[in-house]
Design a protein around this ligand. Structure first.
Ligand code: HEC
Ligand code: HEC
Ligand code: HEC
Ligand code: HEC
Length: 219
């Protein structure tokens, strides 16, 4: 009986750590321990860098607080692409790019916690941020505004146009339906979940054996 209890406790402890939470990831910008290369001193609210409970200022994500980027992105293109795509990325990509394109400060929020409007939250610290809170171009996390060297986003998924693709339908927030934004588009959110770093690189699942790639590609 005791052994069963210990085993259960061990499994539960493992499950808790494996599930993690955004606070244990590099997306916790209030903590030098969680995000040693990019954090802000004088800030304590983990969720506030992306969400606000009131007066949300953008629709890139639910209850969005982060300032949007106003960049025009260079999109991926190649002669072997078959599906159509939108001229620019859609919201579930724009939200990531609002920090990862390096043109908007990670701590540029509207509203700032405890204040009534837009401003900056905390003082930048760590080698991946410059003095104004922008992601530096030398950071591994820097994507920039040229997306021509990145997996395409804004793609209108249509397996009928290429039999090298899995047929995908449905639209819910549950993975794997989350693979396609609005049941249609390939975006950053197809492969990444900003809250969960269980699989590394905030991936939605393990990419061991390229399992993630094969959710869509028949290769
Ligand atoms: C680095 C940015 C970021 C941080 C920090 C963040 N979120 Fe999110 N959140 C997002 C994005 C982007 C979405 C929309 C895409 C998605 O659903 O994954 C989202 C969606 C959500 C949703 C709605 C969809 C769902 O998954 O249920 C909830 C609820 C949520 N976040 C809660 C939180 C809470 C609570 C925290 C703090 C503990 C937090 N988030 C921290 C970026 C963030
Ligand atoms: C509020 C700003 C912000 C938003 C929004 C945001 N990120 Fe990040 N992200 C960062 C910062 C800052 C880091 C840490 C960079 C470092 O430590 O070098 C980071 C780290 C990462 C990393 C880890 C990189 C590494 O070196 O391990 C990945 C992957 C990532 N983000 C993907 C995303 C994706 C995908 C989205 C959208 C769903 C997103 N992020 C939304 C600011 C943001
Ligand atoms: C088709 C799937 C897919 C899409 C779409 C995608 N990513 Fe990734 N991303 C990955 C994988 C897989 C990795 C891990 C790469 C590795 O381990 O070498 C990664 C890694 C990253 C990293 C960590 C640094 C790096 O280059 O390894 C960042 C930051 C990132 N992605 C941001 C984004 C952003 C922002 C978008 C949308 C513009 C995006 N990703 C779209 C699959 C994707
Ligand atoms: C959510 C579905 C999805 C996932 C997951 C995904 N892809 Fe894709 N990928 C696509 C779509 C759709 C295209 C555009 C195909 C077209 O129009 O022919 C594409 C395009 C590509 C292309 C460029 C094709 C060309 O003709 O230029 C490559 C290479 C690629 N993906 C590799 C990967 C790899 C590697 C992974 C895993 C890290 C991955 N993909 C994960 C859907 C996905």
């Amino acid at each position: 009986m005791l052994r069963v209890a210990i085993t259960c406790a061990t499994i539960m402890a493992f499950a808790a750590s494996a599930m993690g939470g955004v606070a244990d990831t590099k997306h916790n910008f209030t903590s030098a321990a969680s995000s040693p290369d990019a954090y802000f001193t004088g800030a304590s609210q983990v969720c506030a860098y992306c969400h606000t409970p009131h007066n949300a200022s953008n629709t890139m994500m639910p209850l969005g607080s982060h300032e949007p980027s106003s960049q025009t992105y260079i999109m991926y293109d190649s002669p072997t692409m078959d599906m159509s795509r939108t001229a620019q990325p859609n919201d579930p990509s724009l939200v990531c790019l609002s920090c990862h394109d390096g043109t908007i400060a990670v701590n540029a929020l509207n509203p700032v916690p405890g204040a009534s409007g837009a401003g900056t939250y905390g003082t930048p610290s760590g080698s991946a941020l410059d003095g104004s809170g922008l992601l530096t171009t030398s950071s591994d996390a820097y994507v920039g505004t040229n997306l021509s060297d990145d997996h395409p986003v804004g793609i209108i998924y249509n397996a009928g146009q290429d039999n090298d693709f899995e047929v995908k339908t449905g639209n819910s927030n549950n993975y794997p339906d989350k693979l396609l934004y609005n049941g249609t588009y390939v975006e950053c959110s197809s492969c990444h979940d900003p809250h969960d770093n269980t699989w590394g690189s905030f991936l939605v699942e393990s990419n061991s054996g390229s399992a993630l790639c094969m959710r869509c590609h028949n290769k």
